[in-house]
Design a protein around this ligand. Structure first.
Ligand code: AMP
Ligand code: GLY
Length: 423
């Protein structure tokens, strides 16, 4: 079977690496891919939001399944585009349709969904420019810190956590009146602050059934000790040591099952990954957010821990037979550490030659922001490489990642040396 993966990051590299191991795969295409996926399959240059261009390559290359990496094309309706096209209608797309993608595309949509289905989450209200004064009153009745979220997609930057009431009011006004995050902040969700420790659950559903994938914890801040600006993620660990069986049972019973049932009850078809951002408060799980895709860098630890054939898993998903699928998981821990460009997450340096990749032993290097120029692998993004390792526990896995990182170099390369520090 010929398969296409859409995207170009570490997440898509990990998916490609695993799919390529399947004996079901004939040709694997990655669009646009990176310098690493070029060695795993065939990279095709196109934009993940150019649906007509995607249609053309799908038909030309007899592609029989499409795996969507990032959220953008899902929120823009790539799955709906396939379903409504005569020539593409029978080609399964792993990733939900536009309606369900609103779980990530609109914070308010997600909040209303959780309230409707009694899924534990922080109390909230949403406000627009017309209800700004009510927003101020709502803030006055909350305790600090104040959580303000742009309703729409804001490239991971749309959430502000503020300690001071005056500052919170000022930010709310700027989000609504000055469109601080563009149209994404024409509506703002204000939430009660939850104090706890975060982790993520990953589910694959075929609309009827689901399988629970390995869980993970990522490290979002650029600086050690979780200081500094938010990034896409600087490293990840799977499984999460503090998520014991009792807690995971609560997650399944109170969050995963009601989510799958709620989608059905609301007539929202969903074929694809659900990434549930959770916070553990006094041993109770609450949902911070839904994403309609896998996480990056979480994928770089979740996918390697899946022992089952990933193509078989996706075929079972497309055929709505996940209830018959026996998912095998590697008991070992996996960790990944991201190597990032100088300056990231603000404007960063690019086109740095990467050396030492061939010296890596006992780790897997997943490419993220890399490309090839004059036969050399160079950086082209903020997050450049993810170094994943296995171990009997996360400490052992991490020490392998860190040992191998010593062998890799590019100008101004940096990384967090404290992944897992809080566990
Ligand atoms: P989100 O984009 O909704 O995942 O929010 C980004 C980050 O903000 C989360 O990973 C949390 O660290 C933090 N956050 C979001 N909502 C809350 C909340 N209600 N209480 C505490 N922290 C939150
Ligand atoms: N690592 C967080 C995300 O993928 O959204």
């Amino acid at each position: 079977m010929n398969i296409l993966i859409l995207g170009s990051g570490g997440r898509e590299s990990a998916l490609a690496w695993k799919i390529a191991q399947s004996d079901k795969i004939e040709q694997l295409f990655i669009a646009p891919g990176n310098a690493g996926t070029k060695n795993i399959g065939i990279n095709l240059q196109l934009s993940v939001n150019d649906f007509e261009a995607i249609k053309k390559i799908v038909l030309e290359n007899k592609i029989k399944m499409v795996i969507v990496g990032p959220e953008d094309p899902l929120v823009n309706g790539i799955h709906d585009f396939f379903l409504s096209d005569k020539e593409l209608g029978n080609i399964p797309v792993i990733g939900p349709q536009k309606l369900a993608a609103q779980l990530e595309g609109s914070k308010e949509f997600a909040k209303k969904f959780m309230v409707r289905h009694k899924i534990p989450t922080a109390k909230y209200q949403s406000f627009t420019i017309e209800t700004l004064q009510k927003g101020f009153t709502f803030l006055e009745n909350l305790d600090a810190p104040y959580v303000l979220k742009a309703d729409g997609l804001a490239a991971g930057k749309g959430v502000l956590i503020l300690n001071n009431l005056q500052e919170a009011k000022k930010e709310l006004k700027e989000m609504l009146t000055l469109k601080k995050f563009g149209d994404a902040s024409s509506k703002v969700v204000i939430e009660e602050f939850l104090d706890g420790i975060e982790m993520s659950s990953f589910v694959l559903t075929d609309s009827e059934n689901y399988v629970i994938l390995p869980n993970a914890k990522d490290y979002k801040r650029i600086g050690e000790g979780d200081k500094g600006l938010n990034t896409g993620g600087m490293g990840a660990i799977s499984p999460v040591p503090f998520a014991d069986e009792e807690f995971l049972t609560k997650v399944e019973e109170r969050i995963i099952k009601p989510t799958i049932k709620g989608l059905k009850r609301d007539n929202i078809p969903y074929v694809g990954f659900i990434f549930i951002g959770l916070i553990k408060v006094n041993n109770e799980p609450f949902v911070i957010e839904y994403n309609v895709r896998m996480g990056d860098p979480e994928t770089e630890v979740v996918i390697p821990r899946i022992k089952s054939d990933l193509v078989d898993l996706f075929i079972a998903t497309a055929e709505k037979k996940l209830d018959e699928f026996n998912l095998e998981i590697d008991e070992r821990s996996a960790t990944t550490v991201m190597l990032v460009s100088g300056g990231y997450p603000e404007s960063y340096e690019k086109e740095k030659e990467i050396s030492g990749l061939d010296n890596v032993k006992n780790s897997i290097v997943f490419h993220a922001g890399t490309t090839v120029k004059n036969d050399k692998v160079i950086s082209c993004g903020g997050r450049v490489l993810a170094v994943t390792s296995f171990g009997k526990d996360f400490e052992e896995a991490l020490s392998k990642s860190y040992q191998n990182i010593e062998k890799i170099q590019f100008d101004k390369m940096s990384y967090r040396k404290d992944i897992g520090f809080d566990l």
